[in-house]
Design a protein around this ligand. Structure first.
Ligand code: SF4
Ligand code: SF4
Length: 92
């Protein structure tokens, strides 16, 4: 039997715009353009998030949460450190 996973949930990034104070840190530090600027942050490319955790770490308003260390970026880093290919690492 085919088991369906949460394929709609591409990563663990969550953003609460009601908490955002518009400090600009998230769209400044994100290397993948996941957030865009404005009066408040705009989540424009959620699917591009590699779960590095930089935005959540730098958000002074706790408006962003992400489980860093569990996604593809983490798997790639762990594989590289172990001298393995990404094919042999657990990844999404
Ligand atoms: S976790 Fe990293 S890649 Fe994802 S939105 Fe935040 S800064 Fe960008
Ligand atoms: S880092 Fe947090 S408070 Fe600052 S703009 Fe981004 S979501 Fe808003």
């Amino acid at each position: 039997m085919l088991v369906m996973f949460n394929s709609y949930k591409v990563n663990t990034l969550e953003y609460k715009p009601e908490l955002c104070i518009g400090c600009a840190m998230c769209w400044t530090v994100c290397p993948h353009g996941v957030f865009a600027g404005g009066e408040k942050a705009q989540l424009v490319k959620k699917e591009a998030c590699m779960e590095c955790g930089a935005c959540a770490l730098n958000c002074p308003a706790d408006a962003i949460s992400v489980r860093s260390g569990v996604g593809c970026a983490s798997a790639m880093i762990k594989a590289a450190l172990k001298g393995k290919s990404i094919d042999s690492a657990e990844c999404c």
